[in-house]
Design a protein around this ligand. Sequence first.
Ligand SMILES: [Ca+2]
Ligand SMILES: [Ca+2]
Length: 330
Amino acid sequence: MAYSIFTYSIMKNPFLRIGLLAATSFSLLTATGAKAETITESTNLREANVELFDLFNGLVNAERLALDETNLPELSADSLYWDQIGSDIDVFFINEGAGYRNQLLYSMNGGEQTLLFEDIASTESIRRETARQIRKAENQIAKLGAAIADLKGEIESGTLTEQEQANKERQLANKQARYLERTESLVVEKTLGDNGVGTMKLGDGKSIGGLSGEIAFDFFLKQDGARFADGDIYGADPTANADGLQHLVARELQYEGDNWVLLGFEDLYGPHTDDGGTSDRDFNDVVLAVRGLQGDRPDTVKVPEPMSVAGLLVFGAMGLAQTRRRQNAS
Ligand SMILES: [Ca+2]
Ligand SMILES: [Ca+2]
């Protein structure tokens, strides 16, 4: 599997400033004194600062997230907390590589999970749904309908042998079951945004405001939650995930005085195919950038996991060593 460490070249060091727009407060609220958090639409990050958006989006590959420890040091995804610099945190959708229609939820200080993005799908993403797929499903259903009508005609014609009659009835039941299944599936699909193809634009964001005090943030992906209410929920705590594996990677970036965390979710259950599972473990199924969070560097070696995560940990160890050398030198 291809694994490009550098997918963009402008970023030669961790805190390089790359030409900025004026700092913008995206929050529509003044949070001072507010007791409960509020969720508001943010200005689209790609519209507000295309260079920063491109920096994040440049890390999203079709195969996997191309994460580089030197430029984007790893954070423990279960250690994120509000930096208390702004009045809110801003969560931006960067890209998605998912066939599922995933949802994003968050919780504060271990409290209840709140839905933030209800259907993470975009016609601009690396794995986009298109109107062509809807039309293809409609055509398949139309063909099945025609075949069912033909079979019924033959069965009712009275010209078949007993054996032929039994065969045709079996075929009819088969096609009717497929017709029902595909029709139901298409009905669900069409309830999704923009007649099934998804409405999110890359860079769309939401602000969680009204924050005060020390707040730990956890993020969760609900697998295919826009289609099905009972999807698995995956977060940063492997022991809380159905397969016991890590499903979220976090990286930090400081940019123009803001603390950013890049989050990459894996939405497939189980180990990598190389390890006998069925997942690609590419962590690019939902990719987000969050402003206003900090976190802790991993301080312990985790239980060895499938190839992809093992690879990230190797880069993590190298990057930490480099960071320490820089700190010692300065
Ligand atoms: Ca998709
Ligand atoms: Ca995946």
